[in-house]
Write a protein that binds this ligand. Structure first.
Ligand code: ZN
Length: 55
């Protein structure tokens, strides 16, 4: 069984997560799933990628 994290954007569990910052004035690193990264990334000047987590 792969480990999973819950994506705070879609509230679903995933075994591959992307460590990103994407909110204005928020330096918190969030673990988002790929679908949510693709949703928050386009045109987002606050987006930073910090690595991939595999469960
Ligand atoms: Zn998600």
């Amino acid at each position: 069984m792969p480990k999973v994290k819950k994506c705070p954007h879609c509230n679903e569990d995933h075994s591959i997560m992307f460590r990103v910052q994407y909110k204005p004035a928020d330096k918190t690193w969030y673990f988002l799933c790929e679908a949510c990264v693709l949703e928050v990334k386009p045109g987002n000047s606050h987006y930073r990628y910090g690595g991939t987590w595999k469960g």
